[in-house]
Design a protein around this ligand. Structure first.
Ligand code: MN
Length: 344
């Protein structure tokens, strides 16, 4: 059956796990001696038999069945947050390699159903660059994912710039996926458990995105492409105020990096966003308006949110056909260099 109006749907923030990541996280959780850490809290739940764990580890069973039922052409996969970022550097490098090999093997078996982002260990920037090069040039992966802070540090810190430089040179889009705010910030969120996806992820990841802009990363690497989920982690709503305050507060002796453009100009030039689990028309329409139809991609956030709800929302959207096609999968194909299917 060929439907020429069929949407080619490629959700762009879809999670998987490998047993090696789970095993190492189990050690991290069991040996944890620090205070309350929001990510440890969630991993404890995950490792104690959550149905999410089954769905994360399943690569070619229920996953493909749900994709088929919902009419999803391909998933763009990333190793689930917090990736390898809570491991010691040697373990992180080793698990990243295994995860990338496993991902490439899956894509090799199902080249029309999966694409994926490389995992690297920011704890060791030099080895992260090597693994990124291998992932893009040898394994043929489509970009890289980093789950916000690493040990409380952000990619705006110059020690991480080699990773950003390599991503820009390789044309590898960098997906900054959420994790919880650092343990240092966590107490302010904790009383009503606001530290996770309800608010903390967005505050943490929005801060990370803004720090990349204000630190001058995009003057140094103008070709770097950064992807944020969840309708842009709040940043697009703040364009006016960010630009205005960035300029005005210079008069208060607030020292910042000199930028060549306004903060919002970098976001429009260097960022794209996904809907990941925000199945709601008003922010979608706002973001299409301020970022343009080329810079917004559909995502489900499988298995954390429900595929059918997301896809039903996408299909029902009242948008011009060309805009809808870009949103559904066209932009993901272009930005992540996903091969178009052979003509039937
Ligand atoms: Mn996600």
């Amino acid at each position: 059956m060929t439907d020429t109006n069929a949407l080619r749907i490629i959700p762009a923030e879809e999670a998987f796990a490998v047993p090696e990541q789970m095993a190492e996280m189990r050690k991290v959780v069991e040996n944890w001696s620090g205070g309350y850490d929001p990510d440890i809290f969630l991993w404890e739940k995950m490792l104690s038999g959550s149905p999410l764990t089954r769905r994360l580890l399943d690569l070619d069973g229920e996953r493909i069945q749900i994709m088929d039922e919902a009419g999803i052409a391909m998933q763009l996969l990333s190793l689930t947050s917090t990736g390898v970022q809570m491991f010691d550097p040697d373990t992180a490098v080793a698990v990243a390699e295994v995860a990338n090999d496993r991902l490439a093997e899956l894509i090799g078996r199902f080249p029309t159903r999966f694409a994926g982002l490389a995992t690297v260990a920011p704890q060791d920037p030099a080895r992260a660059v090597k693994e990124l090069e291998r992932s893009i040039n040898t394994l043929g992966l489509n970009g890289l994912v980093i789950n916000s802070h690493t040990n409380g540090e952000y990619l705006s810190d110059r020690k991480y710039w080699p990773i950003l430089e390599a991503a820009a040179e390789l044309g590898a889009p960098l997906y900054i996926h959420p994790r919880s705010p650092t343990p240092l910030m966590a107490p302010a969120y904790r009383e009503d458990h606001l530290e996770h996806a309800i608010w903390g992820y967005q505050a943490e990841t929005g801060l990370h995105g803004l720090r990349l802009i204000t630190s001058g990363v995009f003057d140094a690497f103008p070709k770097l492409k950064v992807i944020l989920g969840h309708m842009g982690e709040g940043i697009p709503y703040w364009f006016y105020r960010i630009d205005w305050m960035h300029d005005m507060t210079k008069s208060l002796d607030m020292v910042r990096a000199e930028l060549q453009m306004k903060p919002s100009d970098y976001f429009r030039r260097n960022f794209a966003i996904t809907t990941s689990g925000v199945n709601w028309d008003p922010p979608l329409k706002y973001n299409l308006d301020v970022l343009g139809a080329d810079n917004v991609m559909f995502a489900v956030d499988y298995p954390y949110q429900e595929t059918h709800e997301s896809v039903n929302w996408l299909r029902a959207l009242d948008l011009p056909a060309d805009v809808k096609a870009k949103l559904a999968g066209g932009n993901a194909e272009r930005i992540f260099k996903i091969k178009a299917p052979a003509a039937a």
